[in-house]
Design a binder for this molecule. Structure first.
Ligand code: MRU
Length: 364
């Protein structure tokens, strides 16, 4: 079975299922999301994580939140839909895909005309609420399918930046389980591997939650790709050894000026890459670009429980109880360190303010 067949979120036989990523690499277990509270918790606890996968989970999660509501009152249905979206958006603040997917779902509902709600209905007994539910489900499916297509396209564009035999460093996990399929920055690695490109990938372990160790090295190893796991503080030495020809990462929110928030530690890797003259490529589907946020300074950075740093992964605490901690989950890589931004619409180079905006020309 290919790694791509392991979807982080799926809706099968009337059930929303997520792969519990906190149990990887030891166990591949799907859990059912039955309520909006289940979905909120799963996003907050990182059982589903990675910006695009969070967006997909939020879209299906919003459908789950309303699918069993009574079908006799369209007004009450619309109110409940908006309340559920307002609730889910609070699960995590940094990845814009969460807010983006929820807004896309509520916009879809708000834009419906009576004719949409009656189309295909039993005319003797039309049910606009049922029709709205079906339309919302179809929108969640579309979000998932479009993300899959975007990742595939990013993989194809990104592969033009890479050459066979290259050493590639990555941070965190922007692979297939962080998206609908293929991943963002791991997509070109998978496509290159299929063409026999024999990349040598170095995966930062990515403390404190170890997405690089638990998820990226698991994905790549399972796919037969040459992957070497390193601690975060080893990035400099592998660059200095001449083993890295490109750095690739994902992104959680890119501001209009090209500053990109991604997993904590990404900015340090980008600064090192510049020092060593290594190109740094950030993979950013347009769903992750937030033109309403002018610069990285305005991106809200999630802070998480300090116990994640010294307790969560250990049998005994690795620091004295009660020690002060600081645990930001993301940092912002300034645009000047990003050699190119890979999107599904093509590769964007500086100046980012002008060139990112061009991606959206013609959109409503
Ligand atoms: O806290 P996480 O695991 O959700 O953080 C994920 C990342 O930072 C990824 O690099 C980013 O979401 C891009 S995923 C394609």
């Amino acid at each position: 079975m290919k790694i791509f067949d392991i979807a982080p979120v799926k809706y099968l036989d009337g059930k929303m299922l997520i792969l519990d990523q906190t149990r990887l690499p030891g166990e591949e277990i799907y859990i059912e999301m039955e309520t909006k509270e289940d979905v909120w918790d799963a996003i907050y606890k990182l059982q589903v994580r990675g910006a695009p996968a969070i967006g997909v989970a939020a879209a299906y999660g919003l459908y789950v939140a309303v699918r069993d509501l009574p079908e006799d009152n369209l007004f009450a249905f619309g109110k409940a839909l908006h309340e559920a979206a307002d609730y889910l958006v609070g699960a995590r603040p940094t990845a814009v895909n969460l807010a983006w997917a929820l807004k896309r779902m509520t916009d879809k509902y708000d834009g419906l005309e009576l004719t949409d709600l009656l189309a295909g209905a039993d005319i003797s007994n039309p049910n606009p609420v049922k029709a709205a539910k079906d339309i919302l489900f179809a929108e969640a499916e579309a979000i998932r399918i479009e993300d899959e297509e975007a990742c595939r396209a990013m993989g194809e564009h990104g592969l033009t930046l890479l050459e066979p035999g290259m050493g590639i460093l990555t941070h965190c996990n922007a692979g297939t389980i962080a998206t609908a399929k293929y991943g963002t920055c791991l997509a070109p690695i998978y496509l290159g591997h299929e063409k026999g490109y024999d990349f040598k990938v170095f995966a930062d372990e990515t403390r404190p939650l170890l997405q690089g160790a638990r998820l990226t090295s698991w994905e790549l190893h399972k796919s037969g790709i040459d992957v070497t796991l390193i601690c975060d503080n080893m990035a400099s030495i592998v660059m200095r050894n001449g083993w890295i020809q490109a750095v690739v990462t994902g992104c959680d929110r890119m501001a209009a000026n090209g500053d990109g928030a991604n997993k904590i530690g990404t900015s340090g890797v980008a600064i090192l890459a510049k020092e060593y003259g290594i190109p740094f490529y950030m993979y950013v589907p347009t769903s992750t670009i937030d033109l309403d946020t002018p610069t990285g300074a305005e991106i809200k950075i999630e802070e998480r429980d300090g116990e994640e740093i010294y307790k969560m992964w250990y049998e005994k605490p690795m620091a004295p109880e009660g020690v002060k901690t600081y645990n930001p989950a993301f940092d912002v890589t300034p645009a000047e360190y990003i050699t190119a931004v890979v999107t599904e619409k093509g590769i964007v180079r500086p100046p980012y303010k002008e060139n990112l905006a061009k991606l959206f020309e013609g959109d409503k």
